[in-house]
Design a protein around this ligand. Sequence first.
Ligand code: HAM
Length: 425
Amino acid sequence: MAFQAPKGVSEYVPPRSALFEQARDAFATSARRACYAYMETAVFEETALFVRGVGESSDVVTREMYSFQDRGGREITLRPEFTAGVLRCVLEHNLHKGALPVKVWTTGAAFRYERPQAGRYRQFYQFDLEAIGTEDPAVDAETIAVGWDAYASLGLRQYTLLVNSLGDKNCRPVYREALQKFLRGHFQDLDEETRRRIELNPLRVLDDKRPAVRDQLANAPVMADYLCADCKAHHDAVRDLLHALEIPFTDAPRLVRGLDYYTRTTFEFDHALLGAQSGIGGGGRYDGLSEDIGGPPLPGIGFAVGLDRIVLAIESERPGASAQPGTGCQVFGVPLGEDTHADVLTLITALRRAGVRADMSFGTRGLKGAMKAADRSGATFAALIGDQERSHDTVRMRDLVDGEQYDVPATDAAAWLIERLGTNP
Ligand code: HAM
């Protein structure tokens, strides 16, 4: 074949795709329980939305966006993240004029031109959740809890939560200046890129992973010491609420996030076994984003999860992990001979309508081939119909686990199987 997927595109095929589905569903379930509503938003937006929203000094905007001119000469960018587009959509549809907060979730592909490696792709998948329209610290704790509980429901254990506050438009500039002063004094012998960063976006220097830089940062001022009274009260309230919800977290005074819109609460979920790309989710407040993109003052908070990394996290904690129970095929129909296909299809269609997951052997592969397919399907029962069964109006059920066989009247077949298998909720 002459084609391959473009470099860095993450794809999922069976059977591994079942894990991906499981990861996405776990977050959707957690969001629904907290009464977040589903949204589907634009995969591409006007480039200016991300430049103004995500921020001109962020890595995402300066070098990672998939931007192009469309045939009408418009500047377009494939979404590198969801938040700016979700907020744009909420404002465009006036949801913020109804009951607040607007609580929504969405999921799908995002695009960043990064250097591909394990856990880092150019097309990757996020689950994203946003609560727009309140400063209440309880909603900060709620969003974190929705994420926390979803990781837990997937059986993950080796993840941790890091929490920080980045202050607001009153106290952050004061801190920014103090940090800049410190960095200018200590980092003159560093590379051009870091010197430029000190001037443009000094908080990002705190994110530098190089040991030599980290050592020098040990004495750098931290935001916690510069929070204004309102931000401090907000941060303390979020921390107290997390304690009340029994969500363990680590204070991370040097946690800064890669996108420029963050204010106050910021957080990250890290996984212990994923190496360099350990961030399995992250988020925070963006109280100024609405105004940045031309909307009214409207605070908001949310987070996004990298679903690709959740799949890797599940596999690292449970090597060989496969589909969750409750998704595989339960019954596999086997036509014995050419002319019983219709009988088998009728039977499995009745089963499906009753909520049983059923498949059958298609084509002409003979009994041996069909039984092999039945075994491969992972089904609990094979339902065989041949000339003999048809003339007696029965179905031969074979338990694929212990090999026992049962002749069941055709009219009772669905009920017989459902009694033994249960149905999907
Ligand atoms: P982010 O930290 O840029 O935040 O991305 C969230 C998550 O997406 C990361 O923790 C990571 O798991 C995953 N991720 C990011 N880039 C890649 C990549 N190249 N390959 C695979 N996974 C990746 C945001 O996107 C914010 N919009 C989150 C947010 C929502 N803040 C407020 N609301």
